[in-house]
Design a protein around this ligand. Structure first.
Ligand code: 5AD
Ligand code: SF4
Length: 447
């Protein structure tokens, strides 16, 4: 029996790529196991967005080095694979497979070569027009499904390694996206998440010629689908019809993740983000002026080369003005091949940490305030799980907020009585900086 183990690092694109890799391997007769110790084929699907993420895979590879050769084959997939290429064989000689996501259509081929006893197999070509479109996806979640709509990235943000690790932008045809969404709905999935490094630059390559707003609107019309989300957006390509589509169809979730990276136009220009602070704020206004209460979240990099105290303060001011519902804050990390490497005025690590903490503290206060405003309201949640320790069900609102709740009639999940996957109304009674808590608003019989 051929067995494999896979561990995934990084973003949702990577998580979904792994689902496709797993599906492809199962189709080829492999069995998935939970421990690397039990597997013939050990795969790491890696992330290289920051140095720390990259280091993780090399420490993993060291852990199991002694088991190589005893019938065990190691493979490195994803962004570190693409970025480091054959250098991985020097750093970890027991690795046999190195493949980036732009080569995954060749994965079945590469597996055959490995099975034939080939010592080293690589898939590193970035010049592709193909997307990794496989019918064999093994999804992790039975209710919520990812659908890739666009792969790669054509932007050139000065700090970002992704254009070098995922290849050029390739959009799938709208027909194939809608077909996949329909078949997922028929299988019982109710929540769809449209994925891409930059979903807003989606361009239907077929004669239909849909843009992203149209694709989003059409996905929201598929019978059986209750929620549609999308990630991630680039502000430059974020257009008003996206907000209009959300406004018109309540199945399109009330949440936009719009990474700003910095609140200073000077820093944004050095980052080559292709928008100014004012242009970004115009998009925020569209979102805030919508009829629906759309949550806004963002990513911010502190300590980009040359970021002055005044420029950092511009980020603090922007954050106060937008009042984000949630924020991911990162300390700038040097990445290979990126144009920011040319800058010499790097910010000391302690100063990056200080800025991160100052911003984090302000953001915590904002989230406390924003979340408290939900107390007394009824929110529909999609139930995701049950927390045995707190005896609460875990739900998610349309705005992507975690809302934990008690269900007095059903204190402990029992077979056939689980609420996971259901959509329920919950009365919010408490709030914290990172989540809401409440009770079932009404208790119709559980099916
Ligand atoms: N250093 C720090 N953060 C980075 N990100 C991307 N590249 C870097 C880097 N070199 C952050 C950005 C992006 C998020 C996914 O990761 O904020 O939006
Ligand atoms: Fe990490 Fe970016 Fe690659 Fe996703 S695309 S795995 S975040 S480097």
């Amino acid at each position: 029996m051929k067995t494999f183990y896979i561990e995934t690092f990084g973003c949702q694109m990577n998580a979904h790529d792994s689902e496709k890799v797993v599906g492809t391997l199962l189709e080829k007769g492999y069995t998935q196991v939970e421990e690397p110790g039990q597997a013939h084929l050990v795969l790491y699907n890696t992330c290289s967005i920051r140095d720390k993420a990259e280091q993780k895979v090399f420490s993993r590879l060291q852990q199991f080095k002694r088991e190589a050769g005893r019938g065990k084959v190691f493979g490195v997939l994803g962004c570190v694979a693409q970025q480091e290429g054959e250098r991985i064989f020097d750093r970890a000689p027991h690795v046999s497979l190195v493949a980036g996501s732009a080569s995954y259509t060749r994965l079945p081929d590469m597996l055959v070569q490995l099975e034939a006893g080939n010592r080293r197999v690589t898939g590193l070509d970035l010049n592709t027009t193909e997307t990794f479109d496989t019918p064999f996806t093994r999804r992790d979640n039975p209710h919520r499904a990812y659908i890739t709509i666009i792969e790669g990235c054509d932007k050139a943000c000065a700090y970002c390694v992704v254009p070098f690790t995922r290849g050029p932008e390739r959009s799938r045809t709208s027909e194939s996206v809608i077909r996949e969404a329909r078949s997922l709905a028929e299988l019982g999935y109710t929540e769809i998440q449209l994925l891409g490094q930059n979903v807003n630059s989606y361009r239907d390559p077929s004669h239909a010629g849909w843009d992203f707003a149209r694709l989003l609107a059409e996905t929201g019309k598929i019978p059986g689908i209750r929620r549609v989300r999308f990630t991630t957006s680039h502000p430059r390509d974020f257009v008003r019809p996206i907000v209009q589509a959300i406004d018109e169809n309540e199945l399109l979730c009330d949440h936009v993740h719009l990474p700003v990276q910095s609140g200073s136009s000077e820093v944004l220009s050095r980052m080559q983000r292709l928008y100014t602070r004012d242009e970004y704020m115009r998009r925020i206004e569209w979102i805030k002026n919508a009829r629906r209460d759309i949550a806004i979240t963002t990513d911010i990099i502190v300590g980009f080369p040359g970021e002055t105290e005044a420029e950092f303060e511009a980020t603090l001011r922007l954050a106060e003005e937008v009042e984000y519902d949630s924020m991911f804050i990162f300390k700038y990390s040097k990445r290979p091949k990126t144009s920011a490497l040319q800058y010499e005025d790097h910010i000391p690590e302690e100063e990056k940490t200080r800025r991160l903490m100052v911003l984090q503290e302000r953001q915590r206060a904002t989230q406390l305030r924003r979340n408290a405003a939900y107390i007394g309201t009824v929110q529909e949640v999609h139930v995701e799980g049950y927390n045995l320790a707190t005896r609460q069900w875990i739900g998610r609102t349309t705005q992507n907020k975690t809302l934990n709740f008690y269900e007095p009639d059903l204190p402990v999940p029992a077979d056939g009585k689980t609420l996971v996957g259901q959509y329920l109304d919950v009365l919010v009674t408490r709030s914290g900086p990172n989540s809401l808590a409440g009770e079932r608003a009404a208790s119709p019989p559980v099916q």
